[in-house]
Every structure is written in C-alpha cells, then in structure tokens.
Design a protein around this ligand. Structure first.
Ligand code: NAP
Length: 243
C-alpha cells in the first residue's frame, strides 16, 4: 500500500490507537494531520513521526475547531483523502448510577464528534469525488457491555452513522466503513480492573489482547485503493471475540 500525495486526518492521534494509525500512514508515505485536545501530545507525536505530519489542536465537539482543522489541512496539503474518526472516551459505571453528564459527554465526543467531522469532510470529499472515512467503533457497539451503556450506545450509533453516510456518499466515490476493535492494550483499557482484563482475555479465541498496530493495519486496508469496493461495513478486530 502506498499513500504518496494522500492527506489523512486522524482525530485523537496524540496517543493510543490514533497515534499508531498516524504512524502507519506516515510509513506508507501519507501526509498526516495529528489532531488532539492536548497540545503537548500533538507536539510530541509530530516530533516523533517527522516532517510529513502537521499538528492541529481540535476538539471534535466543536464545529468551529473542525472547520479550522480542514481549512488548515487544505491550505497545507491541498486535499483531504482520508478521515479517521478515532477520538473517543469512556465514563464507565452501571446504568442506574450513570450521571446525565457522563452520558452526554460520551455521546458528544464519540458520536456527535464523528458526525460533525464527517459532515464537514464529506463536503470536501464530495467535491473531490473521492475519499475514505473510517470510524473507530467498538465490539461493545455490537454486543453491549455491562457498565458501558453510554459508551456502547455511542459506538452502536457510530455504526448507524457509518451505514447511512456510506449510502449517501457512495455515488460521489466516498466510502465509509467502521472498525470494531475488541480489547486493545492502550491507556483506555489500562483503567479496567484486573478482573475485567482477565475475563476479556479468557474469552478471546486468539488468546491475546490486541495491539494498536492490529487496528491500524485494518485502517490501512480500508483506506487503500484495494478496498475501493467495500463500503458500509463493520470490521471486527478482536481476536475472534465476537465471531
Ligand atoms: P486513548 O488512549 O484514551 O486515546 C483517545 C484519544 O482521543 C486521546 O488522544 C484523546 O486526547 C482524544 N480525545 C478525547 N476527547 C477528544 C475530543 N473531544 N476531541 C479530540 N480528541 C479527543 O484511547 P484508545 O484506546 O487509543 O482509543 C481510540 C479509539 O478506539 C476510541 O474511539 C476508542 O473508543 C476506540 N476503541 C478502543 C478500544 C481499546 O481496547 N483500547 C477498543 C475498542 C474501541 P487527550 O489525550 O487530550 O485526552
């Protein structure tokens, strides 16, 4: 795969899975916009990944931030070829204890953020008559998970958004797909209890936790020319957990 002269925006790419997605795109010669909330993490990632990256601070819940992000992307590199909606958070607790604030925050960042980023990117990609949008959902959007009603609802919503956008944008040469990672080793899953981690691991047929690189490799494929006939799909990267 070769992404020479292609420009990629990865939201939430200052750390974790997003950072690894950015790193794999750089290795395959893309121009990559590193976008995150934390300027320190952006600067560190840009200095590690090198001159084909450009950092822009943007909160995905702000359409003003996203508008400025795309304006800068076009000014710097001239096109927007791939958007990866990766930014996401968890605020886990049982449904009966869940504050409205934690419901709203998770839905705002994980789902509304992807809607806003997709809406603005779609306008650019429709004009170009090409583009790839890849949404990082989760297997809990397919299965549900005790303690994650807000997060599961946001990730299930992202799958609905993926399929609807895929239908609307297909005629303009834009594909939209989702990846549903299982248990991937990052700071997000580091917060899980030892009991929850052991329970996940014992149920994974491939008997290991996933790595950010496993998710990033699936993103590379869906963003590539080789995947041009695939749209509206959800690809689980979960060691066989949901088969
Ligand atoms: P992570 O290490 O917590 O990284 C999430 C990134 O999103 C951080 O860089 C964070 O920035 C950024 N972010 C949070 N709120 C944002 C906002 N409002 N605007 C822009 N950026 C924001 O998580 P991860 O494990 O890499 O997860 C990446 C994606 O994969 C998420 O969508 C997650 O739901 C999904 N996923 C992860 C797993 C897993 O096992 N790890 C499984 C399934 C799905 P700050 O550093 O500034 O907070």
């Amino acid at each position: 795969m070769d992404f020479t002269n292609k420009t990629v925006v990865v939201t939430g790419s200052g750390r974790g899975i997003g950072k690894e997605i950015a790193a794999q795109f750089v290795r395959l010669k893309a121009n990559v916009i590193i976008s995150d909330l934390d300027q320190g993490a952006i600067d560190e990632t840009v200095s590690q990944l090198g001159s084909k990256t450009f950092g822009i601070k943007a909160n995905v819940t702000s359409s003003d931030d996203l508008g400025a992000l795309y304006e800068k992307t076009l000014e710097k590199f001239g096109s927007l070829d791939v958007l990866v909606n990766n930014a996401g958070i968890t605020r886990d607790t049982l449904l009966v204890r869940m504050d409205e604030k934690d419901w709203d925050m998770v839905l705002d960042i994980n789902l509304k953020g992807a809607f806003l980023a997709t809406k603005l990117a779609a306008k650019i990609m429709m004009k170009q008559r090409r583009g790839r949008i890849i949404n990082i959902s989760s297997i809990v959007g397919l299965t549900g998970n005790a303690g994650q009603a807000n997060y599961s609802a946001s990730k299930a919503g992202l799958i609905g958004l993926t399929k609807s956008a895929a239908k609307e944008l297909a005629s303009r040469g834009v594909t939209v797909n989702a990846i549903a990672p299982g248990y991937i080793q990052t700071e997000m899953t580091e917060k899980l209890s030892d009991e929850a981690k052991a329970s996940f691991l014992s149920n994974i047929p491939l008997k290991r936790a996933g790595l950010p690189s496993d998710v990033a490799a699936a993103v590379m494929f869906l963003a590539s020319d080789e995947a041009s006939y695939i749209t509206g799909q959800v690809l689980a990267v979960d060691g066989g957990l949901t088969m």
